[in-house]
Design a protein around this ligand. Structure first.
Ligand code: MG
Length: 510
């Protein structure tokens, strides 16, 4: 018999299962460090070796996960009367195991090698605005991922199988309903904004550039410190696409800087801070087990979007932070809080970049990608036709046509990772951010005043208490219900954007 942190005795099979799972997850965590290094530090010349290293580790992880002995332990534990936490561990490991045993190790290794090789190709294709250079890699990855999905469940829509890798407990059909609800709410709202006669400030910062990049870095470091980022457990670097990675002991983030716009780096950094805060809030004692892992990408993205939008784009935050920005950039001295708030929330008419989108048009960027990915995976769309379909949809949904593929279908890193099915989790996360923030506003006394005063601990603690500390203890909807008292839904998001953008643009519907 073995014991764990709860002090109760667990069956021996459970202790052996946990030991195995930790080994599997440590191999995965080592891969993540190598991926971080590839995107942040490694010279491009390192790719051939790194691709093999990552492929070997993916293969090793897959072999450990599909060992007969692991299956036997899961079977042995099936009949046991386990407490809630242990039952959750067994549920999560069983799910991973059952998906993995269906996929040949060679396919896992080939996907890994191909994604490592694709990354520098995507970076160069984007720089050179050359979709045709990247297209063969997308084609190969679509094909490999389709095979992967067919191994896991030949009777299911392959896109739904891929989506479940990122969000295991919200079915794709539910994601589609949410996206449809967003489309129905946002399309008329954006049209009304385009017609709005209410003047808002849009260029408070843009008209005062350039902004020295070293100063920008100092500014975002200051913002991270203010928000409570523990530097002894993290670091900030730059990369072509901002991201965060790590675990409860070491949660790193990256950002990127645009010389004409300090808001881009600031909001991206706050976004990644939200991800890192989730990671750091996972229980230390459960590192390496499902209880010490994030719940899924919808919940992960809810944490980043909550900090980015509900904090970083709020008026109380700008009341607090504008003087700090002016310290670094005296050219913004004349900017008012109102002007800053309006500028960071502008619904731009000509933006083609997802990560720079406002909270409304953002979801149309996602819907576009969702539709293109589904058509790619089902075989209804040829990779060669992606640029034209992309640009047509941009024009239809957002009224703007990208001037280049670099600003169109080459802008995101995700396809170089083979991450088809990932994008919908961004919209789900934004929706959940609104639901969680509404719940935090009910629970945390004077949350708005606390933000204005630079007191971010109460919000972070609320999120840790209600979301982070559970790891994978609950399935997604159950976790949402525990935290908010309601099922996962888009209601709070619709209320939030209706109120916020109704005020900003003087809309009748608000
Ligand atoms: Mg994110």
């Amino acid at each position: 018999m073995a014991t764990d942190t709860s002090g109760e005795e667990a069956p021996d099979a459970y202790a052996r299962l946990v030991r195995k799972v930790k080994r599997i997850n440590n191999v995965g965590a080592a891969s993540e460090v190598l991926s971080w290094d590839q995107e942040v530090m490694m010279p491009e010349g390192g790719t051939p070796a790194r691709a093999q290293q990552l492929s070997t580790l993916s293969g090793l992880q897959h072999e450990l996960l599909t060992e007969d002995e692991l299956g036997d332990l899961l079977d042995e534990l099936d009949g046991e009367d386990l407490d809630g936490e242990r039952a959750a561990v067994v549920r999560e490991v069983r799910r991973e195991y059952e998906r993995a045993v269906r996929v040949p190790t060679e396919l896992i290794e080939e996907i890994s090698t191909t994604t490592s090789e694709s990354l520098p190709v995507w970076e160069r294709a984007r720089e050179e605005d050359d979709w045709s250079a990247f297209a063969p890699y997308v084609e190969k990855l679509v094909d490999l991922k389709r095979q992967y999905a067919e191994h896991i469940d030949p009777d299911e829509d392959p896109y739904a199988v891929l989506f479940a890798d990122y969000e295991p407990y919200l079915p794709l059909s539910r994601a589609e309903e949410i996206l449809e609800e967003l489309r129905e709410t946002l399309v008329p709202m954006i049209a009304e904004i385009r017609e709005s006669e209410t003047p808002i400030t849009t260029d408070a910062f843009a008209s005062r550039g350039p902004y020295d990049v070293d100063e920008q870095e100092e500014l975002v470091r200051r913002a991270l410190t203010l928000l409570g980022y523990p530097w002894e457990r993290g670091r900030l670097d730059t990369s072509s696409h901002p991201f965060s990675t790590g675990n409860q002991f070491d949660a790193r983030l990256t950002t990127r800087f645009k010389p004409d716009d300090p808001i881009d780096a600031l909001t991206s950094t706050i976004h990644e801070f939200g991800h890192a805060t989730y990671t750091l809030g996972l229980p230390e004692a459960d590192y390496g087990t499902p209880l010490g892992e994030h719940r899924g990408l919808a919940v992960h993205e809810s944490q980043s979007r909550l900090w980015e939008n509900h904090v970083g784009r709020s008026k109380p935050f700008w009341e607090l932070f504008l003087p700090t920005l002016v310290e670094y950039f005296p050219q913004a001295e004349e900017v008012t809080v109102e002007g800053a708030y309006e500028s960071v929330n502008e619904v731009a008419e000509d933006n083609v970049i997802r990560v720079e989108a406002d909270e409304l048009t953002y979801h149309l960027h996602i819907i576009l990608r969702f539709e293109i990915e589904r058509a790619l995976v089902s075989g209804d769309l040829d990779v060669a036709d992606v640029p034209e379909v992309w640009n047509d949809k941009m024009e239809e949904y957002l009224g703007v046509r990208p001037e280049s593929d670099a600003e169109g279908c080459l802008q995101d890193i995700h396809w170089s990772h083979g991450s088809f099915g990932y994008f919908p989790t961004y919209s789900l996360g934004s929706v959940l951010a609104a639901q969680l923030f509404a719940a935090a506003e009910r629970d945390v006394v004077d949350l708005e005043a606390k933000i204005r005063a630079g007191e971010f601990d109460p919000l972070r603690e609320w999120l840790t208490e209600n979301v982070h500390r559970y790891g994978q203890r609950y399935e997604t909807n159950e976790l949402v219900r525990k935290a908010t008292g309601e099922d996962f839904s888009a209601d709070a998001f619709v209320d939030y954007v209706t109120g916020k953008y109704g005020d900003l643009y003087g809309l009748d519907s608000a």
